[in-house]
Design a protein around this ligand. Structure first.
Ligand code: PHE
Length: 357
């Protein structure tokens, strides 16, 4: 009897899970278990023998049962402990994982530019990238024979055979949006228009598709001085510095008179592009006072209104601010480049919180 008891108490102590415990219970105190079989033998015993063996067997059965109950509770506790150890949650973790994607520098810079001009009262206008040659050229005082058409390396859309209308063009600049905005809004107005433009050109600082932001302010008594002030304020805010060397060069555009191009001081030393130092200049924009013929084309009376306009290369100023020496890299879709130069998707540029952080 003692051997039997020891055997089952040992097995119970060693059991690692409830299933094992259940099979031990069946083998020991189940209906066909070893203790039950022994109890059946009581019938064959003499009354005296039975008086001794009966209580012993009952005590054995009780002992095994309470060992089973105790072990079962112990296993349940251990299982709960293990679950609690595994299923924990660090409530101090950030709510979201780090976003995988980044904002492309061109998008970032467009947002930065928009934020700065919004502060100066400019709203954002848009126009189509495929436009008529009237909006892209004629309305901007560039008639059919004008050499500027050839200089712009224009991409022309295909026309069906026998269709003799002038072809649409991929806009070569954002200036057609000047005309579209004049038609839509009239004077006075202050708009910028960021967007893609196209020219057949390809080298370290030119790609066939690139980005400009057009600016147009029309009011009474607007002068070149306003243009210069706005551009200087913009450049300081954009480069997040107190001053940057700008060079205003007299120039010529058919749609402005007078006209000026603006360069910014930079250095290309050692393959890195730095703004504000060195002896090189990078042209970043063309500008001037809107030509009276352009105002007329947009339905605005040049007798009463005048304005300034500028067209700035977004990619150029992105290269300068973020030190990207080759423009072509912007459009290579190289993931390593994008991860390096990209911006966190939840940071919105604004003048008060910091443009680029
Ligand atoms: N559209 C001109 C360009 O693409 C830039 C410009 C815009 C110049 C507005 C003057 C006024 O080069």
């Amino acid at each position: 009897m003692d051997d039997l008891k020891q055997k089952y108490l040992d097995q119970i102590a060693d059991a690692a899970d409830e299933a094992t415990l259940e099979s031990i219970r069946l083998a020991a105190v189940g209906k066909k278990g070893e203790v039950a079989l022994k109890m059946r033998e009581l019938g064959k015993m003499t009354p005296e023998e039975r008086q001794v063996a009966g209580p012993v067997l009952n005590a054995l059965k009780d002992e095994i049962n309470s060992a089973l109950t105790a072990k079962k509770a112990g296993l349940a506790d251990a299982a709960l402990d293990a679950r609690l150890r595994e299923e924990w949650l660090d409530v101090t973790l950030p709510a979201r994982g780090r976003p995988q994607g980044t904002i492309h520098p061109i998008s970032q810079v467009s947002e930065e530019v928009t934020a700065i001009f919004a502060e100066m009262g400019f709203s954002v206008a848009e126009g189509p990238r495929i436009d008529t040659d009237w909006y892209n050229f004629d309305a901007l005082n560039i008639p059919g024979h004008h050499p500027a058409r050839a200089e712009m390396d224009t991409f022309y859309m295909h026309r069906a055979e026998g269709d003799n209308r002038p072809p649409h063009v991929l806009r070569t600049h954002t200036s057609p949006v000047q005309i579209r905005s004049m038609e839509k809004m009239g004077a006075p107005m202050r708009i910028i228009c960021p967007g893609g433009v196209y020219r057949a050109d390809y080298d370290q600082t030119h790609t066939p598709m690139f980005h400009q932001v057009e600016g147009l302010a029309i009011d009474k008594d607007i002068s070149m001085a306003h243009l210069k002030w706005v551009l200087e304020e913009f450049v300081k805010a954009y480069f997040e510095v107190d001053g940057v060397d700008l060079r205003f060069r007299a120039s010529h555009f058919p749609f402005t008179e007078p006209s000026a191009e603006v360069d910014i001081r930079c250095s290309w030393e050692g393959g890195t592009l730095k703004v504000g130092e060195g002896d090189d200049w990078l042209e970043i924009l063309g500008s001037g006072m809107v030509h009276p013929k352009v105002l007329s084309a947009g339905g605005i009376d040049p007798e009463y209104w005048q304005g300034f306009a500028f067209g700035m290369g977004i990619d150029r100023i992105a290269m300068l601010k973020y030190g990207v020496p080759d423009l072509r890299a912007f459009f290579d879709s190289d993931l390593r480049w994008l991860r390096h130069y990209g911006f966190a998707s939840l940071d919105q540029p604004n003048l008060h919180g910091g443009l680029s952080r």
